[in-house]
Design a binder for this molecule. Structure first.
Ligand code: NAD
Length: 378
C-alpha cells in the first residue's frame, strides 16, 4: 500500500517529512486527529530498517495518541514524530534544534515531547527553536520526566483492576510481577511496595533488578519467565507486543495491568484471547496516560499536585472501561476504543453545529496559558 493510501485508511489528517542535510536529520511527523485539540505526542528516535517501517510506526503511534488523549479527557488530539537514525551517532544540539525548526513549521498543530531514546535534555534543545514542545526542564514550569506520574497512574489502574475483579481495596499481601525496572517500573515498584504488595521483577539489565530487589525486597526472575509467574497482577513495563498467541496461554495472573505501550501483538485477536481466558486486561493507553496527563498540565501552568490528582482519575476511567466491556461482552481493549471514539464523535458534532471549520492549534486554545503561548525562544 502506498503512503497516501495508508494515511487515508488509518484516518490521518496530515503527514509531514523532513530532511535536514547538514545534520542528517530525517524525521516524519504524523497528525492523526485534531478534533479535541492540537496533536500532542512524543518524538521517538530509532534506527528503523527503512522509511516504510518508520512511517508505519509513526502512523500507528499517532493514532494511539488520539485514543489516549480522548479517553483521558484531555483537550488534545493525537500526533507523533519519529526520527530515523542512530541516536548515539546523531544526537547534538544542532540536530535537535533542526528538529525544533521542523516542529515550529507546523504552526502548533503538532506539539512534541520526549519518547524512546529522546531525553529531557534533548527537548531543552528543541525548545530553543519552538514553543510547541512539552516535557522540558529548561524553563520554570517545565514538567520534566513524566515517568513518576505515569507510574502513579498505573498504580491507580492496578488498584481499580483488583477492586473491579475481586472487590479488594488494598494491595496488601498481593503479588505483582513487574516486567521492566526502568523509569516507570522502578517508580511503580516503590508505590506497590509501600502499599504492602510482594514484588517479583525481571529486567535485561541486572543493575536495575539489583536496585529494586534491594530497595523493595523484590524477587528477581528470568526475563523469559516473568509473564508465567503465579501472581495476582502481571504488570508489563518494558516492551510492546508481549501479549500474543504464545504468551497469553502461559499467563497465570488473572489481571494484566502495566505501563508498556502496544502490549497486544494483535489488537483484535489478543484482546479476545485474554477475554476468553477470563483475564482482566487494563488497556495500555488508558492505564499509562499519566505521562500525557502530566505534560498536558505544563500547557495550562504546571502544578505537580494537580497533575497527580488527574492521573489518579485513571482509577475511574478503568472502571468505565471494565463496566462497558462486561455489559457488551467485548474485550476491554474494544471497550476503551469505543469510549474514546464516542467522545471524539460527540465533539465533532458540536463543531459541526457551530457551522465553522475548526483548525485546532496551540495558539487558539484558550486553556493554554498565555505566558506559555508567548514564551521567548532563543
Ligand atoms: P525505560 O527504557 O526507562 O525502561 C524499560 C526497561 O525495560 C529497561 O530497564 C529495560 O532494560 C527493560 N527491558 C527491555 N527489554 C526487556 C525484557 N525483554 N524483559 C525485561 N525488561 C526489559 O522505559 P520507561 O520510560 O520505564 O517505559 C516503560 C514502558 O512504558 C515503555 O513501553 C514505554 O513506552 C511505556 N510508557 C512510558 C511512559 C513514561 O512516562 N516513561 C509513559 C507511557 C508509556
Amino acid at each position: 500500500m502506498g503512503a497516501i493510501e495508508l494515511i487515508s485508511v488509518m484516518g490521518h489528517e496530515q503527514v509531514m517529512y523532513c530532511r535536514h542535510k547538514e545534520t542528517d536529520l530525517k524525521a516524519i511527523v504524523a497528525i492523526h486527529d485534531t478534533t479535541l485539540g492540537p496533536a500532542l505526542g512524543g518524538c521517538r528516535f530509532w534506527n528503523y530498517r527503512d522509511e516504510h517501517e518508520a512511517l508505519m510506526d509513526v502512523l500507528r503511534l499517532s493514532r494511539g495518541m488520539t485514543f489516549k488523549a480522548a479517553i483521558a479527557g484531555l483537550h488534545l488530539g493525537g500526533g507523533k514524530a519519529v526520527i530515523i537514525g542512530d541516536p548515539a551517532r546523531l544526537k547534538s544540539e544542532r540536530f535537535f534544534r533542526a528538529f525544533g525548526r521542523f516542529v515550529n513549521s507546523m504552526s502548533g498543530r503538532y506539539i512534541t515531547a520526549e519518547d524512546v531514546n529522546v531525553r529531557v535534555e534533548d527537548m531543552n534543545q528543541v525548545a530553543k527553536e519552538t514553543r510547541y514542545v512539552v516535557g522540558i526542564s529548561s524553563r520554570p514550569g517545565g514538567s520534566g520526566d513524566p515517568s513518576p506520574v505515569t507510574a502513579l497512574g498505573v498504580y491507580h489502574g492496578i488498584k481499580a483492576s483488583i477492586a473491579y475483579k475481586d472487590k479488594r481495596t488494598s494491595l496488601n499481601g498481593l503479588t505483582v510481577a513487574v516486567q521492566g525496572c526502568g523509569s516507570v517500573g522502578r517508580n511503580l515498584c516503590k508505590l506497590l511496595y509501600n502499599d504492602g504488595a510482594k514484588l517479583v521483577v525481571s529486567d535485561i539489565n541486572r543493575t536495575s533488578t539489583d536496585l529494586v530487589a534491594k530497595e523493595y525486597r523484590a524477587k528477581v526472575v528470568d526475563v523469559n519467565d516473568v509473564h508465567k509467574v503465579e501472581a495476582d497482577v502481571y504488570s508489563p513495563c518494558a516492551l510492546g507486543a508481549i501479549l500474543n498467541e504464545r504468551t497469553i496461554p502461559e499467563l497465570r495472573a488473572p489481571i494484566v495491568a502495566g505501563a508498556a505501550n502496544n502490549q497486544l501483538a494483535n489488537e483484535t485477536n489478543d484482546g479476545r484471547r485474554l477475554l476468553d481466558r477470563g483475564i482482566l486486561y487494563a488497556p495500555d493507553y488508558v492505564i499509562n496516560a499519566g505521562g500525557l496527563i502530566n505534560v498536558s498540565h505544563e500547557l495550562s501552568g504546571y502544578s505537580a499536585e494537580l497533575a497527580k490528582n488527574d492521573a489518579k482519575r485513571i482509577y475511574d476511567t478503568m472502571f468505565r472501561v471494565y463496566e462497558l466491556a462486561e455489559k457488551a461482552k467485548i474485550p476491554t481493549s474494544e471497550a476503551s476504543d469505543e469510549l474514546a471514539l464516542k467522545r471524539i464523535n460527540e465533539v465533532k458534532t458540536i463543531h459541526a453545529s457551530k457551522g465553522k471549520e475548526f483548525l485546532n492549534s496551540f495558539d487558539n486554545q484558550d486553556w493554554i496559558k498565555s505566558d506559555i503561548k508567548n514564551r521567548k525562544i532563543a
